[in-house]
Design a binder for this molecule. Structure first.
Ligand code: F6P
Length: 551
């Protein structure tokens, strides 16, 4: 039976209207927009759930927002949001619901998957996590020799690493400082060796975090951890005191030798990059305690409710998504810079990189058609003010258009003199400098020698969005993450790509498993790759046996 496919995105009238509108706005400078609308700095803002969003320093007008909202509505964004919250199988290639929102639903909520309410399961696991975390924090969960656990090592990669590692760093201020936390992800042996170098196995707990429990890096590191532990403790019975697992795959956990009683479960309707509020957050919960973890979840929930109910023109994740799409599809921007002005958020750009790029780095739509427009951007960034002394040169005077997203807080958790004021003065100044620049006339008037005028002129018209919150609390971190999750959802829904699969990571994994034995064989079997791959394999074989330099 033939089905009628919706029109290609670029053929929609709302898209065409945006093409025309973008053409009109392309030559207009932010200086002109601010001169024409003196109050746009107050008007082109939105505030919800304690987040202040200023999008006035973007190359757009109220009309742009109206047209973008019309596009979102025309593309059925509202229905898509509802389909997610209702647990419909919107991950179409894997035939799964996408229900990370259920992970932070209140105890009394009902969310059905195949007719079963999943909320009680979610809370049962949260309760088990809280019980475990409390026992460990109070020194009741002991290692094999009877010593209390003092170090927690999370072994995971991708979503099973970036979320906990980012959030632990972000909420370190709230953490139990008597405990040490390490996050090992890379199959590079250095990652594991350096992480455990100063740890006492008798006091160390490993959390093997893997949704699939088949991931090469994590299982390799887990085996290395077991050997490290047994080499020192000498008894296989020690494993159950020092290993717990977080996974959807009970049989693989058991096969690895971890007691299923020490497994914290989650479900295939939670994508890896959306899994921090599930049991994948166990290391974080141990660090900050169950109460703070609950606050994190309530922050997520506040933005979930806002995303589901707020009109699009005031909806923070929708606005962020639409503004990103505006530059991506109508201004040719290739990337977006995430610039948190808080050292605790140093890992947020990497976390958002996976969230966004693994979700929307797709080139076929829901119907298997090749898209004819740009999809997910390159996401990158660094905390301020460090980035200012590294790549901001390109942001201000380079040839690329890089929309920036600044994130800042009104109060520091570590007040020290006027340093927080200095930090935020820099954040605000950067948004001003990017938008308005410094004209040739202004440079000349400041007495700069004529020969230097071109190099010292700032063109301006460089867009930025600013996100401000009161303080970096667990609740506000939850809000920030949910804000970006739903931003990514908004964009994926309009681009009609499945934001919840990641087939693009598979080919490299398969080829690596073919190449591994080829690297390890001493005499050459016929290599049947291309000439470059063959030569690389041969080079490595010739050089791999040389021992490491003495320390
Ligand atoms: O390789 C991609 C990926 O599947 C990510 O999506 C995921 O977050 C990561 O690997 C880890 O997967 P797992 O939790 O199953 O070990």
């Amino acid at each position: 039976m033939s089905r009628t496919l919706p029109p290609l995105l670029t053929e929609r009238p709302e898209w065409q209207a945006l093409v025309t509108h973008a053409h009109q706005l392309r030559g207009v400078h932010l200086r002109t927009l601010f001169a024409d609308e003196p109050h746009r700095g107050e008007q082109l803002t939105a505030e919800a759930a304690g987040i202040y969003l200023d999008y006035s320093k973007n190359r757009l007008t109220g009309e742009t927002i109206r047209l973008l909202v019309a596009l979102a509505e025309g593309c059925g964004l509202r229905d898509q949001i509802e389909a997610m919250f209702r647990g419909e199988p919107i991950n179409v290639t894997e035939h799964r619901p996408v229900l990370h929102v259920a992970l932070r639903a209140p105890r009394e909520a009902t969310i059905l998957v195949n007719g079963e309410n999943v909320v009680p399961q979610v809370h049962a696991v949260l309760d088990r996590m809280a019980d475990f975390a409390t026992r460990l924090r109070q020194g009741e969960w002991r290692g094999y020799t009877g010593k209390p656990i003092r170090a927690v090592v999370n072994l995971g990669i991708g979503g099973s690493d970036l979320g906990p590692a980012m959030a632990y760093e972000a909420l370190r201020w709230y953490s139990d400082r008597r405990l040490t936390f390490r996050f090992v992800s890379n199959v590079d042996p250095t990652d594991f060796v350096e992480a455990v170098r100063d740890l006492d196995p008798a006091e160390t707990l490993f959390i093997v975090a893997s949704k699939s429990f088949t991931t090469l890096e994590t299982l390799t590191n887990a085996r290395a951890a077991r050997e490290w532990l047994l080499r020192r403790l000498g008894d296989a019975r020690a494993v159950r005191h020092h290993f717990v697992a977080v996974s959807t795959n009970r049989s693989a956990v058991e096969a690895f030798g971890i007691d299923p009683a020490n497994m914290f479960e989650f479900w295939d309707w939670v994508g890896g990059r959306y899994s921090l509020p599930s049991a994948i957050g166990l290391s974080l919960m141990i660090a900050i305690g169950p109460q703070h973890f609950q606050e994190l979840l309530s922050g997520y929930r506040a933005i979930d409710e806002h995303f589901r109910s707020a009109p699009f023109a005031q909806n923070l994740p929708v606005l962020l998504g639409l503004i990103g799409l505006w530059y991506n599809n109508f201004f040719g921007a290739e990337s977006v810079a995430i610039l948190p002005y808080d050292q605790y958020l140093a890992k947020l750009p990497s976390y958002l990189q996976q969230l966004d790029m693994e979700s929307n780095g797709k080139a076929v739509d829901w119907f298997g058609r090749r898209v004819t427009y740009q999809t997910g951007p390159i996401v990158w960034g660094q905390p301020g003010t460090n980035g200012q002394h590294a790549f901001f040169q390109l942001l201000h005077q380079g040839t690329k258009l890089v929309p920036c997203e600044f994130i800042g807080f009104a109060r520091s958790l570590n007040p020290l003199g006027d340093q927080q004021d200095l930090l935020i003065a820099n954040l605000i100044a950067q948004t001003e400098a990017l938008a308005f620049g410094k004209t040739e006339a202004e440079v000349r008037a400041s007495g700069v020698p004529e020969a230097q005028v071109p190099a010292r002129t700032f063109p301006g018209n460089r867009p930025s969005t600013t996100i401000l919150l009161e303080v970096l609390s667990p609740e506000n971190l939850g809000k920030l993450i949910a804000l970006y999750e739903h931003k990514v959802f908004t964009q994926g829904a309009i681009w009609q790509v499945n934001s919840f699969d990641q087939w693009g990571v598979e080919l490299g994994k398969a080829l690596a498993s073919r190449i591994l034995p080829e690297l390890q064989q001493p005499s050459e079997p016929a290599l049947a790759h291309d000439s470059s791959t063959n030569a690389l394999i041969r080079w490595y074989r010739q050089h791999r046996a040389v021992s490491a330099p003495a320390t």
